[in-house]
Ligand binder design. Structure first.
Ligand code: SF4
Length: 196
């Protein structure tokens, strides 16, 4: 790992900026290396990820790996795949269910330097609306669905995806083009990024 990235990972993992507001304390969860060719930007760790310190170590991760047709060994090979969510720490769960949004101070602080130090990245998966807002800005469409449906417009740098949470199962049923068109293209593009 280069000094730059190693230092940044150390600094990010030691970050306590939101210590006063995070209900379960600070535990930044991120991984990667300068040789990583694929970057996955999700929302924020959930309770299980916070407990284990392993990103996407939950049912959402299982669905994401199924979309990618990738087993856990391949998914967690950080020499090939970097994982940096929009909020590095678990934001807690709202009383009515569903996690709170990623801490708003996190992505502006950590994403620009981390992205710059991840010099090998060829393709970035923008998983969910927070990642799409940060990386696509005003190139986003009116809704998350419209943005994901326009996925061809953001290649070759970005590929927007819905969040693979069980909460989006109805969305997946309502948008069959996702499984029919986007998932095969996702697998192809990821293979090209990793092995091309
Ligand atoms: S959420 Fe981000 S900014 Fe806040 S403490 Fe965790 S790493 Fe730091």
């Amino acid at each position: 790992m280069t000094d730059d990235l190693e230092k940044l990972f150390e600094q990010a993992r030691a970050c306590r900026l939101c210590a006063g507001v995070l209900p379960h304390g600070c535990r930044p969860v991120l991984r990667g290396s300068p040789s990583a060719r694929l970057l996955i930007v999700g929302q924020a760790p959930g309770a299980r990820v916070h407990a284990s310190g392993i990103p996407w170590n939950d049912p959402s991760g299982d669905r994401l790996r199924q979309w990618l047709a990738m087993d856990r060994d391949a998914f967690y090979d950080e020499s090939r795949i970097a994982i940096v969510p929009m909020g590095l720490c678990y934001p807690g769960t709202a009383p009515k269910g569903g996690d709170y949004p990623p801490r708003p101070e996190c992505a502006p602080l950590w994403h620009p330097p981390l992205r710059a130090a991840l010099t090998g990245v060829r393709l970035t998966l923008l998983v969910g609306s927070y990642a799409q807002a940060h990386y696509l800005g005003n190139r986003r469409r009116r809704t998350m669905t419209d943005t994901v449906a326009a996925w061809r417009d953001y290649l070759p740098e970005f590929l927007p995806l819905p969040h693979p949470s069980w909460r989006n199962t109805a969305w997946l049923k309502k948008n069959p083009w996702f499984d029919a068109e986007l998932v095969p293209a996702l697998r192809r593009r990821v293979d090209e990024a990793l092995d091309g």
